[in-house]
Design a protein around this ligand. Structure first.
Ligand code: KG4
Ligand code: ZN
Length: 348
């Protein structure tokens, strides 16, 4: 079965053709980084407009790269929640128009849950040996832990109470003067073999004794104070990030990365109590982080859980994960009507 996937929840316009949920024939991602860079973050109105301009061309490209014509598409899947509402509406309207005109089923897919399918794309992993699974989504908009009994059977165990981890990475990068999007830039700097990740002891948020929620705002503020000085102490606040030596900037990046990754591992340890789990499924832009990938592998090995990490190209937002997850519902005879709604919030 060939599924056309469409994704437009934030600042990536994406389309993909996926066979039987796993086999990616094409995955086209048109990023809007250059549009939002000068604002230091995503501007919703500009994002919607760019999606509207690019969506038809992106779908066309996905079909061409897959060598597939529209007549061969068996179903249309679209990320319909959560995200920026104006951005989501562009993808949802396009998917409805295609589903209606081609007379094929329409499937609405939760973007966060689709991130947890990304590790199954182009992979040898056998879906029959995955569940029950522990799911970790670490992205620009979300930091969440789930217990999964199937590809579309999720129980939310914990999520962030303030900044998402990717957002914290982006803000930390901005504090260090690294530009937008900062996550990959901070990762590169922190990966310098000369970097000392203990140069400052940045806080690892634990929250309540049993809490599976994340908090990254304290870490971000602690980094800000390490760079600029503590207000009222020493009378030098604010210093500029330009005063940082290259070595100090690198060491602070590594210290931030250590604290952020340790916070994730700490919560995974607590979540494991809800097991037993056969696998740890991970997804979202921050799952391409070099240190997190290493730390997750170590944690999984120690706990005898199989780690399923997406290939780098499927970590960030893409439409292959949308088409892939939709296949599970289609196989069970499920689909949505043309009254499918876009929603800014995640599936409850
Ligand atoms: O999953 P994604 O594309 O978008 C959302 O659904 O939010 O994630 C984007 C986020 C950004 O915050 C970006 O800085 C972060 O993922 N990111 C990284 C790395 N690559 C992307 N963060 C840390 N290290 C990386 N290598
Ligand atoms: Zn995402």
């Amino acid at each position: 079965m060939l599924v056309l996937g469409i994704e437009s929840s934030c600042d990536e316009t994406a389309a993909a053709i996926v066979r039987d949920g796993r086999d990616v024939l094409s995955s086209v991602v048109a990023s809007q980084y250059e549009i939002h860079a000068e604002y230091g973050g995503v501007v919703p109105e500009l994002a919607s407009r760019a999606h509207a301009e690019r969506i038809t061309g992106t779908i066309q490209q996905a079909l061409e790269q897959a060598g597939v014509t529209l007549d061969e598409v068996d179903a249309v899947a679209v990320g319909h929640r959560p995200g920026l509402i104006g951005a989501l509406l562009v993808g949802v309207a396009s998917a409805k128009a295609l589903s209606w005109s081609l007379r094929v089923p329409l499937v609405g897919v939760d973007h966060i849950r689709a991130h947890l399918w990304a590790g199954m794309l182009d992979s040898e992993a056998d879906p029959a040996e995955i569940y029950p699974a522990l799911g970790l989504v670490v992205s620009g908009g979300h930091s969440s832990i789930f217990r999964l009994h199937g590809p579309n059977d999720h129980t939310l165990l914990g999520s962030t109470i303030d900044d998402a981890i990717g957002e914290a990475y982006d803000k930390a990068a901005s504090i260090l003067g690294l530009g937008h999007p900062g996550g990959p830039a901070l990762d590169r700097l922190a990966s310098d073999p000369a970097a000392d990740d203990r140069v400052v002891d940045l806080p690892i948020s634990r929250l309540g004794k049993d809490s599976l929620d994340f908090s990254f705002s304290g870490l971000k503020t602690a980094l800000l104070y390490a760079v600029r000085g503590v207000p009222g102490k020493g009378g030098v606040f604010p210093r500029s990030e330009n005063e940082l030596s290259e070595a100090r900037r690198r060491d602070l990046a590594a210290s931030f990365q250590r604290a952020a990754c340790r916070a994730v591992i700490l919560k995974l340890g607590r979540a494991n109590e809800y097991g037993p789990f056969r696998t740890l499924l991970v997804g979202g832009g921050v799952s391409s982080n070099s240190r997190l990938r290493r730390d997750l592998q170590t944690w999984a090995d120690t706990n005898a859980i199989r780690l399923v990490l997406p290939e780098m190209r499927y970590c960030v937002d893409n439409a292959a994960m949308i088409a892939g997850l939709a296949f599970d519902r289609l196989q069970r005879g499920e689909a949505d009507g043309l009254d499918l709604r876009a929603s800014p919030s995640a599936t409850p």
